[in-house]
Design a protein around this ligand. Structure first.
Ligand SMILES: Cc1cc2nc3c(=O)[nH]c(=O)nc-3n(C[C@H](O)[C@H](O)[C@H](O)COP(=O)(O)O)c2cc1C
Length: 149
């Protein structure tokens, strides 16, 4: 069974978690990026990402992935506004993920995984994927706890 870690990370925390997960699970790894980068300025980032939610904007992704070789996708994202960033909607819009197992993970300041969980459940519901129980990946300990369960 071949796996890949795909992550969206704005300030590096999810990237770090993704790298650790890839190492621990012997997975390939790649980054999910919007075509139009988010602003570096925090206030502007808050504005732009909030506007995406308010207006149901699914930002375009900057590259074509081919997931045909993989059965399992670890999908990482920061929790934004107690939910999944809108690029996660774009991810499910853009790729054929039929019959793949998706294992979501998130990094957060303090939110639990359970906050973004209903959003990933809703987004993936019509996509013919197997959604695994996900987890929060705020530390190596938290990650290992999930992976060794
Ligand atoms: C726009 C925005 C909204 C956020 N909302 C939340 C939140 O609802 N709950 C939380 O615990 N952290 C929140 N955070 C903090 C991030 O989830 C946290 O810093 C995460 O680890 C960032 O991951 P990254 O470095 O991969 O981008 C938010 C950060 C940003 C920029």
């Amino acid at each position: 069974m071949k796996s890949i870690v795909i992550y969206f990370s704005e300030s590096g925390n999810t990237k770090k978690a993704a790298q650790f997960i890839a190492q621990e699970t012997h997975s390939d790894i790649d980054e999910l990026k919007p075509t139009k980068p988010y602003p570096d300025n925090y206030d502007r980032l808050v504005e732009v990402s909030g506007d995406e939610i308010d207006n149901n904007i699914h930002p375009a992704i900057d590259k074509d992935f081919n997931f045909s070789d993989y059965n399992v996708i670890y999908l990482g994202y920061p929790t934004w506004y107690h939910q999944t960033p809108m690029i996660i909607n774009s991810f499910f819009d853009t790729y054929d993920l039929s019959n793949k197992t998706i294992i979501p993970f998130t990094t957060t300041y303090s939110s639990e995984f359970d906050e973004s969980k209903p959003f990933i459940e809703k987004i993936s519901a019509t996509r013919n994927v197997k959604l695994a129980t996900g987890f929060r990946a705020n530390s190596d300990t938290e990650i290992k706890k999930y992976l060794t369960k």
